[in-house]
Design a protein around this ligand. Structure first.
Ligand SMILES: Nc1nc2c(ncn2[C@@H]2O[C@H](COP(=O)(O)OP(=O)(O)OP(=O)(O)O)[C@@H](O)[C@H]2O)c(=O)[nH]1
Length: 716
């Protein structure tokens, strides 16, 4: 019934182990430089070459000179042209963990262009900027998200557009090499051959398009590059591809056939138009630490019959024994021993319930500031939110050190439009109307400066512990409140559009290992598209294929899932380490772009030190996080989104600006104009959220698509 939470640390370990996979596709220049220098600089790595090439805009000569100078070598080596073959060998070494030369196994180096986060110099520069041009920076007093959101452009012209760039077959392409490998590996097997016999080539040379600063072939996110990675044997079998045949064709792997698509659409239509259908919403519960989020949700689930009396008694008894008697409702959601011992939620917990007109997935987020990355990851999956406020200690949560403001701003930045503000622990303030009104007025003012529209806010006094106003009203001392109960407000959340016709995208938020070999279950939100059992989908990054064996939506088995659903998928996959929290599952024909450098519009929060060119931050988007550098400050924008100052020297508090951001590694991202939810991000520095933003333009990106070149003797 309930979803297990995935222990992020384990995944991070997997991820580290897998970095070689992640970095195994390089441009040809990388191999030219590497092959030319490797005899002279023996500790050279492909990753290092890749980084430096990037800095030199893929200029081979400049890069070689850089390394020679760095190593103090004056004699220039003869330039070696690179053939695809060494790529394969290097990657084989990688995947087999060979210690042959060891280099490709090393983790990527840190970026060479490092600048430490600003200090007094930056503050000084900023103040000078301010004094020179007071009009250019939006007043600190008025926090504005307006330009961030007004720039949201609904232009989805890119949607579904495929531009296929033909590959020049004069030279042996990486696909040819793969085909050779496939021929060897995929010898026809008898029908009785066991699954375990399957051999998968781990070589994944992709014919890459060059995506440097000056050479962006196209900005559409759905370009389908030529070349591709080898499709796994199981999938080839399902496609009925006979490897030992004569005619060579390039096939794009399809997620599902046209007829299957029609069937799935029919099922979706039938389900959605049924009178039993309750629109689904993902609801994140946020707020300062100890505001009562888990207690309120646990008590609500208990009142709705989602937790039986016996289990509740057991929790109460055990909580008593541990001296944590007041936490027994919180234990419905806080399942881990450490969370129960510490009385603190650490990771997002997922639960499901229904109201008369809605089916709701609860995402109970941690309130403690140490776990804000988890809160962000939960909020990115949500459609609506409940902000819990501790009425007895409102000031502590609302202070700049508290998380009330930060959570509300993050929720807004991550696309939450509808918010219930539950003023909790009313029993601790003797259900005082006066205190309630004071808190509501203070929050109303703050939330309007954060650009929440007043009509999308609902304020409600509750006691999560006594249960007052959760599903019914009993407390005579609170008879002054004439509004609805919490469950009624939840029931009246409006439901957003389901992006069924967009390419499939799902954000992986949980992973549960399966006991069956080759099967793995993942949980997360389908951002867009339609999937069904039997679909073949692509895992990015990593460009690995898998097959959907089972779909669970709203915690029930289903044959399909659509945009907006929070689902668990059981996947058949040969390399279970290819998937991790932060992966994106996508349509192999229209995969998510991979991006390393982009232009973005950001809004800064309250900053300890201003942002300058070279500021190091942690970039959070959907469920991924990645070290990043702000490489250029392009302009400061006014409230209308117009440029008010070009090339500023720094960006201070609560300012809207256009910047360039460089990530340490290629990451799965979308333009905000194409996929809002996957084109939003937040930036954190030293444990604090410093800005939120949207991706406006890719500067360095590549597109993956799952194509395979197969040789067939007969075509259907
Ligand atoms: N008196 C009273 N205590 C409450 C109420 N709601 C929660 N509490 C208590 O507040 C403490 C913290 O509650 P939690 O539900 O763990 O708070 P939380 O917001 O989920 O905490 P984190 O997730 O760790 O941020 C517990 O001791 C609860 O019993 C309430 O309405 N009244």
């Amino acid at each position: 019934m309930s979803r297990h939470r995935f222990l992020k640390n384990n995944v991070d370990d997997d991820y580290d182990d897998n970095e070689d996979d992640y970095n195994e596709d390089f441009d040809e220049e990388v191999y030219v430089v590497y092959d030319t220098l490797i005899d002279k600089i023996t500790d050279l790595t492909l990753e290092e070459v890749d980084e430096v090439l990037l800095d030199f805009n893929y200029n081979v000569d400049d890069t070689i000179n850089y390394f020679l100078e760095d190593a103090g070598i004056t004699e220039k080596p003869v330039l070696k042209t690179s053939k695809p073959q060494p790529q394969i060998q290097t990657k084989q070494n990688n995947s087999s963990n060979s210690s042959n030369n060891g280099k490709p196994q090393q983790k990527p180096q840190q970026q060479k262009t490092k600048a430490s986060f600003p200090s007094t110099l930056a503050i000084d520069l900023c103040q000078r900027d301010k004094s020179n041009s007071n009009n250019n920076i939006i007043s600190n007093k008025e926090f504005t998200f307006q330009s961030l959101y007004s720039s949201s452009n609904n232009n989805n012209n890119n949607e579904g557009v495929d531009k296929i760039t033909p590959f020049d077959f004069n030279t042996p392409s990486p696909d040819d090499l793969i085909l050779e490998k496939q021929k060897q590996a995929f010898k026809p097997k008898s029908s009785s051959s066991s699954k375990d016999d399957k051999t998968k080539s781990n070589n994944k040379p992709i014919q890459q398009q060059k995506n440097n600063n000056n050479n962006i072939e196209s900005k559409t996110p759905y370009n389908t590059p030529t070349g591709g990675t080898p499709i796994s044997e199981s999938i080839l079998k399902e496609e009925n591809v006979n490897i030992n045949t004569k005619t060579t064709t390039t096939t794009t792997v399809k997620q599902h056939s046209e007829s299957r698509r029609r069937d799935l659409e029919e099922m979706v239509h039938k389900s959605f138009s049924s009178t039993d259908n309750k629109p689904h919403l993902n609801m994140v519960v946020i707020g300062h630490v100890d505001a009562g989020k888990s207690t309120t949700m646990g008590h609500l689930l208990f009142k709705l019959g989602q937790v039986d009396k016996r289990t509740m008694d057991k929790y109460e008894h055990e909580a008593n024994r541990m001296g944590k008697s007041s936490f027994h409702f919180a234990w419905v959601l806080d399942e881990h021993d450490e969370e129960r011992e510490r009385g603190v939620t650490m990771d997002v917990c997922v639960r499901y319930f229904e109201t008369p007109h809605r089916s709701i997935t609860i995402l109970d987020a941690p309130g403690h500031r140490d776990f804000i990355p988890n809160m962000i990851s939960g909020t990115t999956q949500a459609d609506v939110a409940i902000l819990l406020i501790n009425a007895s200690e409102f000031e502590a949560g609302f202070s700049t050190e508290g998380q009330t403001r930060e959570h509300a701003l993050l929720a807004k930045s991550l696309g939450i439009m509808q918010l219930i503000i539950a003023i909790n622990k009313m029993d601790m303030i003797d259900f005082s109307e006066e205190r309630y009104n004071y808190i509501v007025e203070t929050l109303k003012h703050f939330l309007s400066t954060a650009k929440f529209s007043e009509s999308s806010l609902r304020f409600i006094p509750i006691s999560g512990y006594t249960g007052e106003n959760l599903v019914d009203k009993k407390e005579p001392k609170m008879s002054w409140f004439k509004g609805q109960t919490l469950i009624q407000y939840i029931d009246s959340f409006s439901v957003g559009e389901r992006l069924i016709n967009k390419p499939f995208r799902m954000n992986v938020n949980d992973i549960y290992k399966s006991t069956s070999k080759g099967l793995i279950s993942v949980g997360g939100k389908i951002e867009a598209g339609l999937v069904g059992t039997g679909d073949r989908i692509l895992i990015a990054p990593g460009n690995e294929m898998c097959v959907i064996k089972q779909v669970r939506r709203n915690h029930m088995e289903s044959e399909w899932g659509v945009g907006g659903d929070n689902v668990d998928l059981t996947l058949q996959i040969e390399n279970t380490t290819a998937i991790r929290v932060g992966s994106i599952l996508c349509d192999p024909e229209k995969p998510i772009p991979m991006c390393k450098k982009f232009q973005a519009q950001i809004v800064t929060f309250v900053l300890a030190t201003p942002i300058i060119c070279g500021s190091q931050v942690v970039f959070h988007a959907h469920s991924m996080e990645e070290p990043a550098t702000i490489t250029k400050l392009l302009s400061i924008l006014d409230q209308g989104g117009q440029v008010s100052k070009k090339n500023p020297r720094c960006i201070s508090d609560t300012t809207t600006a256009l910047v360039e951001i460089q990530l340490q590694r290629l990451s799965c991202l979308e333009l905000y104009s194409s996929f809002r939810q996957l084109g939003r991000f937040t930036l954190r520095e030293a444990g604090k959220t410093v800005a939120a933003g949207i991706i406006t333009e890719f500067l360095e990106h590549k597109n993956n698509s799952k194509t395979t070149k197969t040789t067939t003797s007969s075509s259907k």
